[in-house]
Design a protein around this ligand. Sequence first.
Ligand SMILES: [Zn+2]
Length: 405
Amino acid sequence: MIKKQSKNLTQKEKSLKELYLLIKEFGPVTKGCLVQKTGLKQTTCSRFIDELLQEDVIIESGYAESSGGRKPLMYDINPELYFMFGVDISHTEVSVLLIDLSLTIKEHTQLKMNENVTPEVAVNFIEKEIRSLSAGHHLSESDVLGIGIGAVGPLDRENGLILNPLGFPAGWQNVQILDMLHKRLNMKCMLDNRANTALLAEYEKHTQSDYSNVLQILKGVSTQTSIITEGRLVRGTDKLGMFGQGHMIVDIDGRKCICGGYGCLHAYSSIPAIEEDFISRLKRGHASVLRERFTDFDQIKFEDICWAVNEKNDPLACEVIKNAAMYTGIGLSNFINILYPDLIILDGPTYKKMDLFYSTVTEIAAERAKLLNPDHHITFSRGALGENAVAVGAGKMILEYFLYN
Ligand SMILES: [Zn+2]
């Protein structure tokens, strides 16, 4: 029933699937509650529940509090009826996760991204890990719904291509990632931007709190933005996933950007921009704790600047970070003034690795947002799922394909 396309379902199977989706959303849930939500007769609802139990699609899940009389049984989905693989292809690693239907991670494995990791090496790794995770958990092909991939853009999502991601090693141009994986593993494969899949996963964690407009920004070597409006992920006509990639102009007379323009946010808040700003100030003679640790300043990396900020409160490093955060906060306030999100998730290494960057950005953005709309409340978060959000959301994308298509 879950694997069948909606158009091929019989009327009865459609009703069973609707009931299943309600149990998924509200479970653990009592029969009484399901009767109320579906409008089904008590006897019909009982019969449907028995059928779902017999097929192992749902399970009995303890007893609810009694309002007098016997405690009513509760039902929930069987999380291990099927599994999904979630893959994250980022600047730092290739991760493969085995996830069950409740999006619980069963096992996790990863390969560090470096100049030796060509698409062929990455796909070999993903194939090997999926085969070994399947064997380790005694899963056959029919137990798995498919493989979801969250990758650094730009992408051609519909045709399953990773186009030419910024800052990736050689060979990562026009990579037919879905074709390559499908040929080797013969499973349903889907691709989306990392920011989109991360937001799918984070939103699942936050729905209880009822946020309907959510903005998520992943910031690191590049910037990726995703939006949920009225509870739905916005994909729009942006097939390449180029939208929100950090080329919002924050200073018309500003620094030259890799896109050829001037004053883009990318030229201030990306990891390469932060490294370049810090190194150029050192070369101009500014004092810093990193001066003694490096003979060749060009070897200084973002992690070293984080160390200087977090461990040494180094004035030069802090100034560079605050400056990058100021431009980022202005860019974010532009987003806020267009979209009026009620939840903003700021994720990725620049936000995760430095409290100074995160606190400066949120203070500036919140302050400027208040100027136009003092009553609009925004919650800022660094995400609830951490580094697994992208791969978990990629798995969820596969699950949603089967549940809602
Ligand atoms: Zn630009």
